[in-house]
Design a protein around this ligand. Structure first.
Ligand SMILES: [Zn+2]
Length: 616
């Protein structure tokens, strides 16, 4: 009897323990979909966007959502970190989101989420730092890909991938300039091809939402498009509603349908998604003055830095002078209400908004090829350090130059220097302190062999920015071009982390027969560039000259068949093969012969190493 009672008590005790030890079952965490619509104005939402509208009907629509910057990389960096550009340090495209801040995907991944991203445009390619924390980061395109292609790939992934919960980020790029919608939207929107791009993208959004199924969903734009408002055709130069006011909708099991008219920054997407996932994070303040910035014209041209703040229906822009608008009553921002209309807290927020530091303006290490890809998208990627001048022009006063700046940039990066020079000179006449343009003018003259004109432009650039690294780098590249070895080498060596300097140093050293210097420079560039490195043929030739045959073999094996010097790589590889006494050396000689071009044919026939080799 006693024994049974003891057993019962023991069982009860155990049960009690078990009851206390096992926490109540956690509510299942939702799969989360974030869709970012590139270059989509808030007022593009309407009859052209039935899929977006259907989502908004069952979710919460934010009528006053603001991007943190009118450019792709800084804006996305804010969504992924919860910080304004002043916090994460990415103020313009072609920079790099460093690992000093926690990112959304990493936090979700650490919390047990499967994480995947499918992106569509070069400004958010893996190398710019947004891929951290993603198990899958699909950026397989040269410059951009259509929303149809991105959606096809995403849907294929959703079918094969069963692990849940899932965090999925899909980025669409279609509405970005140039506007060339596919049929039937091309015909339907013949008079407004920009809206045609938005409509084509919305069709794919509908397919994506259907494939994703149940879960929590955010659809948002990274910034808008000027379309001529305030003299801006695209985006990146100014802070008006056309580029900063964006569509935003959130939908999911716990979200009450409705509309919110309070101003909200798209950086809050970070906090919202972590809240949905049950991941603890510093809460964003409930009430805050929403801010934004456009620093690219400041960083690239030396114009006034631009900051904005929105509270209620009042938006204030500080860009040299102050402008204030009632964005509800006057969404076109046509009537400046003057500085008396600014609330004191907004004044403080604007005064305290930090300007970019020199460190924050360090460029991503773009190769020449990547600079070309940016130019084809209409972006300028100069790397001038910030030089703040009290008399710097206000960006809104410079609108007549926007088109010339874009065209000059495109010509420059496509290496059409003779055509670029008159345009660059025209810009400098109108804006004599525009450092980025003066440097391009100097480089254009240098490339065409106009040495006096190049040096005159460099002197002008040095007078504007005596401490600028960029001026010294471009000047060093000029001396490399003119083979002024004694001048160029010490200057180039001052840039051990800049790919263009290392490539120039490698090329110059090679031409001057300094094999070891050339190997060192190219290897350093290769370490920085990874798979983007394009000088493996040079490295192979250099290692062969240094009689480092194993290194030569490795370098030559990395030269892809698409490389214009591939026949040379095969010839050099055959030489290495003979020198290493490889069993397949005869086959390699045969293959070099077979693929020989005008340059290598004679070299192969005269090569004494190839005599007396067995026939394959
Ligand atoms: Zn964008």
């Amino acid at each position: 009897m006693i024994r049974a009672t003891t057993l019962s008590l023991l069982l009860l005790a155990l049960l009690g323990c078990a009851k206390e030890a096992v926490p109540p079952p956690a509510p299942p965490r939702p799969s989360i979909l974030l869709v970012t619509l590139d270059t989509t104005r808030a007022d593009a939402i309407g009859p052209a966007t039935p899929a977006f509208n259907a989502l908004a009907a069952r979710g919460q629509r934010f009528t006053q959502a603001y991007a943190t910057a009118p450019q792709t990389l800084p804006s996305h960096s804010s969504m992924m970190t919860g910080l304004y550009p002043a916090g994460h340090g990415v103020h313009e495209n072609a920079r790099f989101l460093g690992d000093q801040n926690a990112v959304l995907a990493q936090k979700l991944h650490d919390a047990g989420y499967r994480t995947a991203a499918f992106v569509s445009g070069f400004p958010v390619a893996r190398r710019f730092g947004l891929a951290r924390g993603f198990d899958v980061y699909d950026d397989e395109f040269e410059i951009e890909r259509s929303s149809r292609e991105t959606t096809d790939r995403t849907i294929a992934f959703l079918r094969s991938e069963t692990q849940r919960p899932l965090f999925l980020w899909v980025h669409y790029y279609d509405p970005h300039h140039p506007y060339a919608p596919p049929e039937p939207f091309r015909t339907r929107y013949a008079k407004n091809p920009y809206l045609g791009e938005v409509a084509a993208m919305d069709e794919q959004l509908g397919r994506l939402l259907q494939a994703f199924g149940d879960g929590a969903i955010i659809v948002v734009a990274d910034h808008g498009e000027g379309l001529g408002d305030h003299g801006e055709s695209q985006h990146g130069y100014l802070l008006y509603q056309s580029v900063m006011h964006v569509p935003l909708v959130m939908a999911g099991p716990d979200i009450r349908p409705g509309t919110s008219d309070a101003p909200i920054s798209t950086r809050r997407i970070f906090h919202t998604i972590l809240h949905w996932a049950g991941v603890a994070t510093d809460p964003a303040p409930q009430q805050e003055v929403v801010t934004g910035e456009a620093m690219a014209p400041f960083l690239d041209f030396g114009w006034q830095p631009q900051v904005m703040a929105v509270e209620g229906r009042t938006k204030t822009i500080r860009a040299g002078a102050i402008e204030t608008y009632d964005v509800i009553g006057d969404p076109g921002e046509t009537r400046d209400l003057g500085s008396d209309a600014i609330p004191r807290n907004v004044r403080n927020v604007l005064a305290e908004y930090p300007l970019p530091s020199a460190e924050a303006t360090k460029p991503a290490n773009l190769s020449e090829e990547e600079r070309r890809r940016f130019a084809s998208l209409g972006y300028i990627t100069s790397a001038a350090k910030p030089a703040i001048r009290a008399d710097a022009p206000r960006p809104r006063d410079m609108t007549p130059l926007f088109e010339d700046l874009e065209n000059a940039s495109t010509l420059f990066v496509r290496e059409q220097y003779a055509a670029a020079i008159p345009l660059l000179e025209k810009i400098v006449r109108a804006d004599p302190h525009n450092l980025g343009t003066i440097l391009r003018l100097a480089a254009a003259h240098s490339n065409l062999g106009h040495n006096d004109a190049a040096l005159a432009a460099f002197r002008k650039a040095e007078a504007i920015a005596p401490d600028s690294e960029d001026v010294r780098l471009y000047l060093a590249l000029h001396y490399a071009r003119t083979e002024e070895w004694e001048r160029a080498v010490p200057m180039l060596k001052a840039f051990p982390d800049r790919v263009p300097a290392l490539e120039a140093l490698g090329d110059l050293s090679m031409r001057l027969g300094r094999t070891q210097d050339a190997i060192d420079a190219y290897e350093r560039a290769r370490a920085l560039e990874g798979t983007q490195f394009q000088h493996d043929l040079e490295l192979g030739v250099l290692y062969l000259a240094a009689r480092r045959f194993e290194d030569a073999r490795a370098a030559l094996d990395r030269v892809p068949p698409s490389h214009p010097g591939y026949p040379m790589a095969l010839f050099k590889r055959a030489q290495v093969s003979v020198l290493l006494n490889e069993p397949d050396r005869a086959a390699r000689i045969a293959s070099a012969r077979e693929r020989a071009d005008a340059t290598t044919r004679g070299l192969i026939e005269r090569e004494t190493l190839f005599r007396n080799q067995p026939v394959p």
